[in-house]
Unconditional design. Structure first.
Length: 163
């Protein structure tokens, strides 16, 4: 009986660790870690347990922060690095890109698009007036539905805040 309880606890711990590092291996993982803890930053990290039943998003991580231009360049470079790595594998789909004065201001893309029934990962990056928003999300929904899934998430937040 003790062994069974120990195995269950170990499996639960393993699942928690595995789900916490959902975007692990991506350049943006270090951005979330470093800037999510800074004063003035907002980091939202939601898993399947919170999102289930409301959206097909299984993992949602959002960082909102004000940063100086040199840090903005570092974050933009991390996003581009992740995009180019997946692009070389033929595994990306560009959702939106806006450049201004040679700088990327908005870059939204999906990867994991080779298999139509597979889980996809999405990175959404936007900078406006020195404020950066970086979103990572993962789920089993087609790239054509990413805005709808974000709207469902927004409606969930509104619903929770109105209670």
């Amino acid at each position: 009986m003790k062994n069974l309880i120990g195995n269950i606890l170990f499996a639960s711990f393993f699942l928690c660790v595995f789900s916490a590092g959902a975007q692990q291996g991506l350049s943006i993982d270090t951005i979330f870690s470093e800037y999510g803890r800074q004063k003035g930053s907002v980091l939202i990290n939601l898993g399947k347990d919170v999102l289930a039943g409301n959206t097909k998003i299984e993992r949602y991580k959002c960082l909102m922060t004000d940063v100086p231009p040199e840090v903005e360049n570092r974050i933009a470079e991390s996003v581009r690095r992740d995009f180019h790595r997946e692009e070389q594998a033929g595994n990306t789909f560009m959702l939106k890109e806006i450049r201004q004065d040679g700088m990327v201001k908005t870059l939204y893309f999906a990867f994991g698009v080779q298999n139509p029934t597979a889980e996809r990962e999405y990175i959404l990056y936007n900078v406006k007036d020195g404020k950066i928003t970086l979103i990572y999300m993962k789920g089993k929904f087609p790239v054509t539905d990413w805005k709808d899934e974000l709207d469902k998430l927004k409606n969930l937040f509104i619903k929770l805040n109105n209670k």
